[in-house]
Design a protein around this ligand. Structure first.
Ligand SMILES: [Zn+2]
Length: 282
């Protein structure tokens, strides 16, 4: 399934790998349905089932910026042993190829952070060996993020097989959190979920969009921005990052593309009393 947006001269397509519904306590700390008040009508049934399961999507964003073709986040991938999700068998690469993002066509791969659901298609199994999926791409990894994971107990085979073959092939580039990729696309540091987490900012012809990564997992964290995510490395910083980011996104009318937001994936953060509301773009 594809969703498509135009931001100035930049074309963005969201390619969904898979979707699932999760009990809220698996994803959101201090989730309380009773506290959602007037926002429930926006959330249900599209973003949250009637039983309060949170509807989540795993997706890549394919960006055309001038001559460049970038992919932001590469989802779970095939053939990896995933601790909670089983091993997936999807046709995600075919979906990307069908919109002009074949394996040879991509020139940049951005990983907002190094969790399995964002790096899986960095590599594919070829005759029993993991090799980079996109041989003509430069893969951008935030230096802080990579160094964090390298010394982390969870940097096991499952994660390393999506990262190390890229480095071994010399296709990687370690960058800072504010790295500019093209004249229209740059990284924005949004730490908290992980130490080197980045979002991706697109600015073109007076319009702006941001791909959140896991700065926000679900629209409930727009309307309740102090609800941290269960997998956050540093929950205090993740809340602080949302507090620092939302005013500018709301006041500048930035199109927000929620990396794990099931369709409608795009929308706007609006000021709402002392807090925020989510206005999906349908
Ligand atoms: Zn994620």
């Amino acid at each position: 399934m594809f969703q498509h947006w135009t931001v100035g001269e930049v074309e963005i397509t969201c390619v969904t790998e898979t979707t699932f519904d999760v009990p809220p306590e698996v994803l959101i700390r201090t989730f309380a349905a009773d506290d959602l008040g007037e926002h429930l009508a926006m959330l249900q049934p599209g973003y949250m089932t009637d039983e309060f399961l949170l509807r989540i999507a795993i997706q890549s964003f394919a960006i055309r910026s001038g001559p460049h073709r970038l992919i932001v986040d590469t989802c779970f991938g095939n053939d990896h042993e995933l601790p909670y999700f089983g091993d997936l068998r999807t046709t995600h690469l075919d979906s990307l190829a069908s919109i002009g993002f074949g394996r040879d066509a991509v020139d940049s791969v951005v990983c907002t952070h190094l969790h399995m659901d964002h790096v899986g298609w960095n590599t594919v199994l070829d005759d029993g060996a993991w090799v980079p999926t996109f041989p003509n791409a430069q893969y951008l990894f935030h230096t802080t993020e990579y160094e964090h994971w390298l010394r982390h107990e969870q940097y096991d085979a499952g994660l390393a097989e999506s990262i190390e073959p890229v480095i071994a092939a010399g296709l990687h580039r370690f960058v800072d959190g504010d790295h500019r990729i093209t004249p229209e696309v740059r990284l924005v540091p949004t730490p908290g979920h992980t130490p080197g987490h980045v979002s991706v900012r697109i600015e073109s012809a007076g319009q702006a969009a941001v791909i959140t990564g896991d700065m926000i997992h679900h629209p409930v964290q727009v309307v309740r921005h102090r609800w941290a995510s269960v997998p956050d490395f540093d929950a205090v910083t993740s809340v602080a990052t949302r507090e620092a980011t939302y005013p500018e996104l709301a006041d500048d009318d930035v199109l927000v593309l929620g990396t794990h937001f099931i369709a409608p994936t795009a929308g706007h953060i609006r000021r709402h009393g002392d807090g925020w509301s989510w206005e999906p773009q349908r």
